[in-house]
Ligand binder design. Structure first.
Ligand SMILES: Cc1cc2nc3c(=O)[nH]c(=O)nc-3n(C[C@H](O)[C@H](O)[C@H](O)COP(=O)(O)O)c2cc1C
Length: 314
């Protein structure tokens, strides 16, 4: 990638492992389809990266409807990881993504640690994929359905399985549904992750008081959107302080101001999720707003502000 500067001359490039991104703004998995769905609405080449919907070994139909519900300042979803499967992805989705002139990160999910490894191997045999993001907020079928991302040993096992099967950069995406996020971050760093992204959705529920039934067919879903931003920011700040690998901040980011908060807290890059649904131009506006902020702050590079929050009371 050529040395890319924004229109006002500010350098927005960031590095994650060996990968250079033209700017720190990425789409969050599951909220941007396979990229193609947004191609008529967003200039994909202006984004730092597109992270696609989670891919499993076999296609999955997902959960029955209703699968999405609006909540105060957010939404609950129980899509159930519907996707076309790895073969369908490579055959039908990758050809478009390869041409889009921005970084492509493929999000993966599995039922066992071995499945994650097989997926990593399958996705590493082809050109055009720049990195893997490992969704560990999935049930481990061998351990009675406990999510991989809630146990440091299981999270490390998945990370190792992916690491051993690919030379691509491995980003492990943490679940916030834990007591100690730093413990999880350290476990995946030690197991070979090149970067950590966080947070995935927080588990939640909503009830229709007239029918006295849960609003989601699955009863429980994942909460996302502006409502979760303070929780996400706190976790990003804690993790960025505790690990040596880059951190990608996710959770309720809809504006440049939101994104900048995450960078100040220590994130090297950020992802935009739910905001894509109510404002498809959000990612591009964030890139422009970030450049304007840096110019106003007389910073020549976005890298200068990463982790520069002043927390001391003196
Ligand atoms: C409808 C929907 C589908 C999602 N699917 C995935 C997925 O397949 N894999 C994944 O790792 N995260 C998935 N997520 C989580 C998002 O990538 C993101 O971590 C979360 O929504 C928090 O960011 P936000 O508040 O900006 O939406 C999904 C979120 C939503 C709302």
């Amino acid at each position: 990638m050529a040395g890319l500067r924004s229109a006002n001359g500010v350098d927005l490039q960031v590095n994650i492992g060996a990968l250079r991104f033209r700017n720190p703004v990425m789409t969050a998995s599951g909220t941007f389809g396979y990229g193609e769905e947004f191609a008529g609405l967003v200039h994909l080449h202006r984004l730092g990266a597109v992270v696609v919907k989670g891919i499993s070994l076999e296609p999955r139909p997902g959960n029955p409807p209703p699968r999405v519900v609006e909540t105060a300042c957010g939404m609950l979803n129980a899509i159930g990881l519907e996707n076309v499967g790895v073969e369908g992805f490579l055959r039908d989705k990758l050809p478009f993504l390869r041409e889009m002139k921005t970084r492509l990160i493929v999000n993966i999910l599995g039922d066992t640690a071995q499945e994650y490894g097989r997926l990593a191997a399958a996705l590493s045999q082809t050109e055009g994929i720049d990195g893997l993001e490992v969704n560990i907020s999935c049930p481990n079928v061998k351990k009675g359905g406990v999510a991989f991302g809630t146990d440091p040993l299981m999270a490390a096992e998945v990370t190792r399985s992916v690491r051993e099967n690919t030379t691509l950069p491995v980003i492990v995406k943490l679940s916030p549904n834990v007591t100690d996020i730093v413990l999880m971050a350290r476990a995946v760093e030690e197991a070979g992750a090149d970067a950590i992204s966080l947070i995935n959705t927080l588990t939640g529920m909503a009830i229709d008081i007239q029918t006295r039934r849960p609003k989601l067919a699955n009863v429980i879903g994942g909460l996302s959107g502006p409502a979760i931003k303070p929780v996400a920011l706190r976790m990003v700040w804690q993790v960025a302080d505790a690990v040596r690998i880059p951190v990608i901040g996710i959770g309720g980011i809809g504006t440049a101001e939101d994104a900048i908060e995450f960078l100040l807290a220590g994130a090297t890059a950020i992802q935009v999720g739910t905001a894509n649904f109510y404002d498809p131009s959000a990612c591009e506006a964030i890139v422009a707003g970030m450049a304007a902020y840096l110019e106003e702050q007389q910073e020549k590079s976005v890298r200068a502000i990463i982790g520069s929050v002043r927390c001391s009371m003196v």
